[in-house]
Design a protein around this ligand. Structure first.
Ligand SMILES: *Cc1c(COP(=O)(O)O)cnc(C)c1O
Length: 233
């Protein structure tokens, strides 16, 4: 019987091979890419195994689950990414354990995170989440492409936040390459004003190749490393 460690190791190898192949196809250097393993629904013991296997970046999408797991893994040297929709009242908790918040999509959330970071005595990285759905899907997070640069300016002006770039999820039912091409245009606009905001957080288990071709710098991969989730997290 294979151990959980062997299973995760084999999955990581497979994902890293996919990344290497996609980079070769796109003429990119794999060193430009950061793999963030999305650990939602999986236990802290898996996070320990990931850390043991050399993973340095993990991501979560629900504050209640993430806060407990981050506390249990506080002895590990990990960068914690928060990638889920975020209510303002959760900002104080998220600011305590997250290093980077990928899902900033409205001005009032910028203000709440800035205050929470100040209170926690921390500086948080922040990405503007772009809604790539056409028409906009109100059930999902993300700022309209036309609002992204203004929101980026709000983040850049916040004392305790650092504007890192953009995050997006490819809409269901659309060719991810087309969606990521629109994301790339939004990035070009943002970087005209904020040249150092160069992170592009895009690409999940099913579409990481398309994201790499479109210039992604940070991949958020869950099920391809840890297995299919029992329920949608
Ligand atoms: C769950 C999740 C992922 C990872 O999805 P997989 O398909 O399991 O790779 C990436 N980004 C966000 C925002 C998520 O919620």
């Amino acid at each position: 019987m294979t151990s959980r460690r062997d299973e995760i190791l084999a999955n990581l190898d497979r994902v890293n091979r996919r990344i290497a192949d996609a980079c070769a196809g796109a003429g990119r250097d794999p060193a430009e890419l950061t793999l963030i393993v999305i650990t939602k629904t999986y236990p802290p013991s898996d996070i320990r195994l990931l850390s043991d296997l050399g993973v340095r970046n993990v991501g979560e999408n629900r504050d209640q689950e993430a806060a407990g797991k981050a506390a249990e893994c506080a002895d590990l040297t990990l960068t914690w990414h928060f990638v889920g929709q975020l209510q303002r009242n959760k900002a104080p908790s998220v600011a305590r354990y997250s290093d980077v918040v990928h899902s900033v999509d409205r001005p009032r959330l910028v203000a709440a995170l800035d205050r929470a970071a100040a209170r926690a005595g921390r500086r948080l990285g922040a990405l503007v989440q772009v809604d790539l759905a056409q028409p906009k899907d109100p059930a999902r997070g993300g700022a309209a492409p036309a609002d992204v640069t203004d929101l980026g300016a709000d983040i850049a002006a916040a004392d305790n936040l650092e504007l890192r770039g953009l995050m997006a999820v490819a809409p269901l039912g659309e060719d991810p390459a087309a969606a990521f091409a629109r994301l790339r245009e939004v990035q070009t606009q943002l970087r005209r004003r904020f040249p150092t905001a160069d992170w592009l957080s895009a690409g999940m288990s099913g579409d990481l190749e398309a994201a790499i071709a479109a210039g992604a710098t940070h991949l958020r991969v869950g099920s391809a490393v840890l297995g299919e989730r029992a329920h949608v997290g």
